[in-house]
Design a protein around this ligand. Sequence first.
Ligand SMILES: NC(=O)c1ccc[n+]([C@@H]2O[C@H](COP(=O)([O-])OP(=O)(O)OC[C@H]3O[C@@H](n4cnc5c(N)ncnc54)[C@H](O)[C@@H]3O)[C@@H](O)[C@H]2O)c1
Length: 351
Amino acid sequence: MSKIRIAVIGAGSISDVHLNAYKNNKETEIAAICDVNEERARQKAQAYGAGKAYADYRQVLADPDIDAVSVCTWNNSHAEISIASLRAGKHVLCEKPLCKTVEEALAVEAAAKESGKTLQVGYVRRFGMNAQVLKQFVDAGDLGEIYYAKASCLRRLGNPGGWFADTERSGGGPLIDLGVHVIDIAWYMMGKPKVKSVTGNTYKRLGNRGNIRHLSYYKAADTGGPNTVEDMANALIRFENGASLFVDVSFALHAQEDHISVKLYGDRGGAELEPKLAMATEKHDTMLNIHPQIDALTFDFANGFQNEIDHFIDCCQGRAETICPVEDGVEMMKMLSAIYESGARGAEIRL
Ligand SMILES: NC(=O)c1ccc[n+]([C@@H]2O[C@H](COP(=O)([O-])OP(=O)(O)OC[C@H]3O[C@@H](n4cnc5c(N)ncnc54)[C@H](O)[C@@H]3O)[C@@H](O)[C@H]2O)c1
């Protein structure tokens, strides 16, 4: 098989994780890096041995020596770059969230279908060892029908600033940034049921807590600028099959510590995926807690990205169909948009 020639578009914080995973994949050649900040693109091209550095993604698309792209830019350009890349005949791995709105998501979906190329949404948590192990149990029916799930990702101090804090460029705060991960992994494990209705609340009470000292946290490549996003959101999502999912997420909260958890409850068993994989069931009238013996009980960032990118390359080579198709990006945008709408209107939204 010939190598897949990759361009990474957007050379900020997350691009390093993509680039390291591509570097480890034997069927990949890192061909180009692109960033509106040309110096950043040049530096990263040098660091990863890419032959070309571009300042405009259109140059990537015009380059016949590029087969596939990773879109690692601000959320407001995901749809535009993904659509243009697909039309230029490139496969696309688009970072989460797929885009900012349902309309954009539908346009990406149409472009993916027309092009016949792979569009993989960056739902990296599906590729964690703990998630892959749990999915085997779920698919084998060990949890039965999952009728309730609960997903949290609470940061007490974690607004990355810059574009993340600017609704125009991000589409929102912790809900679209963190909620997308935990809602997706719960929804995926639940069997991707159709959404029926959503009730959500968004809060802007604490701002970005920029006054806090002596505590470090994840920051965008360029910080500063306005903070217009919510700092906390919660939601109850109802599905057509009767199942429900409760979510809460924050960038800022008066909490004792940061917290992530994903819990699933079925009629034959239950599971906690985060913070640590464990399952619960009963046998012979006795309740059992099950503790899988695996290397990574919690999501391992580097390993998850490696699996995600290896899978993307398999798809580009025509050996696999992506497990994170564009339709899942569309459904997610429907959920996220409905939560924001519900919060703004103070009412339940029916989909
Ligand atoms: N999967 C994960 O766990 C994870 C983690 C962090 C970030 N992300 C996602 O990755 C994306 C990037 O996040 P980040 O933390 O790297 O941000 P960042 O601010 O560190 O980097 C973004 C880079 O994109 C560049 N850029 C913006 N618009 C561009 C355009 N139109 N063309 C070319 N370059 C452009 C910026 O100049 C910047 O260098 C976001 O969508 C974010 O949600 C995913």
